[in-house]
Ligand binder design. Sequence first.
Ligand SMILES: [Zn+2]
Ligand SMILES: [Zn+2]
Length: 145
Amino acid sequence: MEEILRDFKPFIKKKGLKYTQEREQILKEIVSIKGHFDVEDLYLRFKEKNSKISKASIYRTLPLLVEGGYIQEVYRQDGHSHYEVTLTKTPHLHFICIHCREVQEITDERLNVLIKEYEEEREYKLLTYHLEIFGLCKACKGLKL
Ligand SMILES: [Zn+2]
Ligand SMILES: [Zn+2]
């Protein structure tokens, strides 16, 4: 967390923006989210805590966080984006149904071992990875599309 915040300040300044408590609070809250979230989810979390953070400032801040690599868009549904935290999360797979947009998350140790091998082979320093597999889920598979 400390490390993430330390990077965040210079990142915001480099963008020529002001570092505000609001932006910091949004980032802190996001890092504590385990699954996928959208603007509404985030707004409700703040509301529960009686925080004054507005939807507008969440809308403004999320693209910045995507740009900085803190979060990423996982999928779009009904015209709005769903996100997840990139840096603090265990690497995992997404199985995305192209019909109903359902996203299943799979964490598999065997995959981590494999990626680790690639990392060593290439003398790479891996931070995180994200794999997306597109197809049709069990429910949609049988439908005539
Ligand atoms: Zn489906
Ligand atoms: Zn995910």
